[in-house]
Each structure stands twice: as C-alpha cells, then as structure tokens.
Unconditional design. Structure first.
Lengths: 375, 88
C-alpha cells in the first residue's frame, strides 16, 4: 500500500528477511512508553485517560532483556508522547546498549537540545513525527493545545539543523484536508519524506469517536488521483500487473487466506507490541487480544498471541478472503476487531476506497494494452 | 587489545551479529560475522597485541604458519584495526 506503515521496521526489514525469514520470533517490537500525552488530538487512537500506571523502568528492562534473548533487533518507542516519560533517556540508552536499532514516534513538541545530544552519541534510526496541519490554526485545531504549533516548529528546526534522520507524516482528516497538497510541498521543501495517510483508526479501547474525523471514501480516493506521487504509484501498479511482475492478490495475502487464516498480515509473527500497562499485543491495533505480562510469562504470552492471531482461522463467509480489491485496500483485520469486537465485520470505508482504486487501475491497464496493440 | 564500544556482539539464532550502539563511521546497520570473524572478535580482549590474537586463531583452527589461511586472518585483523573496530 502507498504511504502506509503499520510496523516501523524500515531498513532493518531487509536484514531480517535475509537472515531470519523462516524463524517466528519477535525480531521487532513496539513499546508504548506511556499513555500520557501533552497534546489532545481528537483523531488519536491512544486513550490518554486510561488511568493506569505506566510500566516501571525495571519492568521495561526485564521485558527488554527477555526480548533480546528472543532475538529482538529493532524496537520503536511510541506513546502517548514518549518525551513525557521522565526516564526516557535511561530507557533509550538501555535499549541502545543491548544492541537494538531504535525508531521513535513522537509529536516532537517536547524535543530539546538534550535529546539531540543523546541522539548524536547514540544514533536514532528514525524519528517519525506527524504534522497535524500546515498552519498554526489548523495544527492547533487538531491538537487542541495552544502553542503546540510553535513547539512543533522548534522541534522540526532541531531535527533539520542537527541532521537527525526523520520522517514527516500527515494524517489527512476533516480538519486539515484543505492543506493536504500544501503538506506535500512542505515535505519537498524540507527534503524529507512526507507520508500522507487517510487512515483514521478506532481508539485502543474500541471507541469509534476518531472516525468522526475521517474523510469520505470519495475524498480519500480523490487524493489518490490528484496527488502526483500517489497517482504514479497506482499507475505503476497497473504496469506491474500487465507485465506480470505482481499478481492481483499479493503473495502473502493469498498464501495466508488459502490456509484459511483470519489475518493476512505479519501480526505476531515477527513482531510484538508492549502496552504501557504492561500487556503484550500482536500489534499496536490488536488491543482486544492482550496478555498481561504481570500475571504470567513472556513465553505464555507469545504462545497466546500465536494461537489467537497467527493461527486463527476465519469463517468461510469472511468477505476479505475472496475480495478481488484487496491489493488496493488498507484492510486491517485488527482494526475491525478493535472497532466492532468482531474481526470479520468489515469496515465498508476500506471496501469503497479499494473499489475506486481498482477501477482506476483497470482503466490504466486498458490504456496500456491499447497502446501495446497500437505499437 | 580492546574492542570498540560502538558495537555490541550478539548471537542471534546461530548468527553472529555486531549491532551498532554508538555513533561511528563504519555502519549504522547490523554487521553479520562468519564463524572465524566471531572467534576473532570474542578473543580480542584476551590478547595483548595483534600477533597474539592471530596466533590464538591459528591455533584454534590448526593453521600452518605460512598458509594462505593465516594470511587471510592477518589481513582481516588489520582491517578490523583500520576500521577502529579493535584497538591495540
């Protein structure tokens, strides 16, 4: 899928594929360091007011050591806001010294010179941050916090000035859709990758409130067509389908669905997510299948995730299994589970966008074939 | 001799890997070592100089003094020193 990442494994992905492709183990892990956040974005999937006590420094080190024994190579820290955690530096250095590649997901409004010094000594693989709007008015309409745009700009300047590797994301929603093309321009001006997403997800407790911020399927598709990068991506898909380089149903999806699996993705296969209340999940989204590490062992949790996610079979009526639009879809079984408490209850938003993309690619294929016949 | 603190050595499912920790000029991604390279890395701090390290490895693999294998070991140790992965 274009501009869409659910697991931040970046460059090390290839290293894991080349060396450990046949091994089921948590080579990558996400850590929600805290549920607390200094911003208050309405579209955010992470509930700040869960009221639990975040895992302690010692609990982090304990689970991290276990994951190292299991082969952990890359981890991402997310929140809440990671810099809200007073022991952030201690956790970061601990993880780096164990020999793990680190990616940080942050709104960067609390980023300061001290963090930059830390990243210069112990390099960060990537800081992934989100621009909620291109103007102060729009940005703060989304974050709900006065002054947050100015702090974001300061953070951005620090990253730029110090050559820290980062990526910018722009989550396109009702409040900022009018600035989505401007966001692309800003990315180009800064010389940084701008990942534009139209995906809005339910909250981690299943609350659907963030969905109010979602674009209509038509608006989401319009961006696919009007944005030069996206448009080119889909035209390339058409070319690759004609040349036979790729098939209509992606290999992994086909293989998983042919085995009757419910999850076509790599959930809990080589990845685990640790929540700030010290539970294991198969990925950041799959909060409806949790294993409480405080009440058991990592081994038992890993087995639980294998059984509940990796090995779980779908019913014969699961719509995605036979869908011809799946290559064009941002389908996420975990999102369905999170939103509706039913992993097979498909969110029609995805179906509609995928259908429009598929139709667009079909038209492109017709044009390619017509040109081939002519020449 | 001393190993660089910029990397940490890890055994991951029978693979020997140097993982980057500190800023360095060599790599910010993992480096896979073969068995001999891993043996060299693990013995560095037991040896007081590179000659001793080479001898240790030659003894470990029963290599002759004038063999091409020994030359390869010497050349590899020299590269480790040039890359500042190990220090005399």
């Amino acid at each position: 899928m274009p501009d869409n990442k659910c697991v931040h494994i970046g460059r090390i992905d290839e290293f894991i594929d080349n060396n450990f492709s046949d091994i089921i183990a948590p080579f990558s892990a996400g850590f929600e360091l805290t549920a607390k956040c200094n911003l208050n974005c309405g579209h955010c999937y992470a509930r700040h007011d869960r009221g639990h006590k975040d895992f302690t420094t010692d609990e982090f080190k304990k689970i991290f050591d276990i994951l190292i024994d299991y082969g952990l190579l890359e981890a991402y820290f997310t929140g809440g806001e990671i810099f809200m955690r007073p022991d952030f530096e201690e956790l970061y250095i601990y993880a780096k010294k164990k020999g793990v590649i680190l990616v940080l997901l942050s709104n960067i409004t609390l980023l300061n010179e001290k963090h930059i010094e830390l990243f210069k000594e112990y390099p960060v693989e990537l800081i992934s941050t989100t621009m909620y709007g291109c103007t102060e008015e729009t940005y703060e309409k989304v974050t709900g916090v006065k002054g947050s745009y100015r702090n974001f700009q300061k953070g951005l300047e620090l990253l730029q000035k110090n050559n820290i590797r980062y990526e910018l994301k722009f989550v396109s929603m009702r409040h900022n859709y009018h600035e989505v093309y401007k966001a692309r321009e800003i990315g180009r001006e800064l010389g940084v990758e701008m990942i534009i997403s139209t995906g809005i997800h339910p909250m981690s407790d299943g609350t659907l409130k963030p969905m109010d911020y979602r674009l209509t399927p038509e608006e989401a598709f319009l961006f696919d067509i009007n944005d030069a990068g996206r448009n080119e991506f889909w035209r390339n898909v058409a070319k690759q389908l004609v040349s036979g380089e790729i098939e209509l149903i992606p290999d992994r999806t086909k293989s998983r669905f042919n085995q009757g699996c419910l999850y076509p993705c790599s959930i809990a296969n080589q990845h685990v997510f640790i929540t700030s209340d010290y539970c294991m999940q198969g990925c950041v989204r799959a909060s409806y299948k949790k294993y409480d590490i405080r009440k058991g062992t990592f081994d038992a949790g890993w087995q639980y995730l294998q059984k509940e996610l990796v090995e779980k079979k779908s019913s014969s009526t699961f719509k995605c299994r036979t869908c011809k639009d799946i290559r064009f879809c941002e389908q996420c079984t975990a999102n369905f589970g999170q939103a509706y408490g039913d992993e097979e209850k498909v969110d029609d938003f995805y179906c509609q966008v995928a259908k429009m993309r598929h139709d667009f690619v079909d038209e492109e294929i017709k044009k390619i074939l017509k040109n081939q016949i002519k020449s | 001799m001393k190993r660089s603190e910029a990397f940490v050595f890890r055994n991951i499912y029978d693979k020997h890997v140097l993982m980057p920790v500190l800023k360095n000029d060599l790599s910010d991604m993992p480096i896979v070592l073969n068995e001999v390279a891993a043996a060299i890395w693990c013995r560095v701090e037991e040896c007081s100089n590179k000659e001793m390290l080479i001898e240790e490895i030659c003894n470990l693999y029963n290599l002759k003094k004038e063999s091409p294998e020994k030359e390869a070991i010497e050349s590899f140790v020299k590269r480790l020193i040039d890359f500042k992965l190990i220090m005399e």
